[in-house]
Write a protein that binds this ligand. Structure first.
Ligand SMILES: [Cu+2]
Length: 158
């Protein structure tokens, strides 16, 4: 019982640091999205609030309408010193962790959804605070589809 309480307390304390960490990368071919005829389309991007010097994450749906797998090769944002594609994983000790995704692949004719608890674009070394109502610019470079610059509104997760 004591061990259980300790674990619950630890989870409660540690949870904010593992906010985006509850499931594996999700690759889906989803009926709710109309895939583009060709190339990549990014929809419903949004960013989590963050403090100056801290971290945030950007979520989105990446629609690959191409007949080829595409790969994310670079990203940058004017508000972050470091940007990485992260995946969430089960550490095996009852906790979730996150790490840089080793497979930044976007399969042909598929939707890859980035959501809290799964795949996300991690913004680190924020050079400004991000508050609800702000907007974050993010540039993404795909090996096939080229560079995209998107604007993600900042909002709190539901
Ligand atoms: Cu992360």
């Amino acid at each position: 019982m004591k061990a259980f309480l300790f674990k619950a307390l630890f989870l409660a304390v540690a949870f904010p640091f593992f906010f985006s960490c509850t499931s594996q990368e999700e690759i889906e071919t989803q009926a709710q999205f109309d895939l583009p005829e060709d190339g990549i389309e990014i929809v419903d991007a949004w960013a989590r609030p963050g403090r100056d010097g801290g971290v945030s994450a950007i979520y989105m749906h990446v629609l690959n309408g191409s007949a080829e797998t595409d790969t994310l090769v670079a990203f940058s944002s004017p508000v972050a010193g470091l940007v990485e594609l992260h995946e969430t994983f089960d550490r095996g000790d009852g906790m979730m962790g996150m790490r840089e995704s080793e497979e930044p692949y976007f399969p042909a004719r598929s939707v890859v959804s980035m959501r809290p608890g799964g795949l996300h674009i991690m913004l680190m070394q924020l050079n400004t605070a991000l508050s609800e109502g702000d907007e974050v610019e993010l540039s993404l470079t795909f090996s096939q589809a080229g560079e995209f610059t998107i604007t993600a509104p900042v909002r709190s997760p539901e």
